[in-house]
Design a protein around this ligand. Sequence first.
Ligand SMILES: [Zn+2]
Length: 217
Amino acid sequence: MLTPSTILAGGRTVKTTLSDIICRTMPTAAVASGFCSQVDQTATVNAITDLLEFDSAARCGLPALRQLLEDRGLPASLTIARGVRQELIRRTAVRESRAVRPATKCIEVLPATKSSSHNSLTWTPNDEIPGEGVLVVDTVRSRTLYAVREFKTLWAGRAFKLDVIRGGTDPESESYDVLVAADPRQHQCDCKGFTYGRGKPCKHIAALAAVIENRWV
Ligand SMILES: [Zn+2]
């Protein structure tokens, strides 16, 4: 095992930077030798976690994690290994919560269609209820607001009810049932655009497919 004295070539003893150098160059050994303080342990935990963060094998129990570190030439004390494990769990949770739950409004450009060259959607999630939110679809000619609610379906895919809050191009329709199917050829919407569109996705399907693809619901 390396000790601080073997790390410090030339035996310089500059007290103020000594711990910095050791903890940066040989963090595990420094902590194992009892050289580093609690503050340095945090730095060590972070340094090791940086190395392991995207390694799926590192998401394991404490004994297995210690073995994994040992195998990689990073023998860690129980305290350090425990810290690394907690930090890995914390970072994973932060990353997943960012990916799934947008904090505020999200905007996405939609493909151009025959009738509208510029289309976009704005999605504002309901923070309390998963699968619900307000969808705004903008085309060249119209802006429509929908209240969106997901409901269970037996089809392979995800189904949503869209209630028009404001706007809309079809005065006869106040709500639409939309299936964003696992197989894009099976998409369904009961709007006129889709019914007479020879299977081409309407703006409702396109918007909800984008919302799903972005993992906003
Ligand atoms: Zn539609």
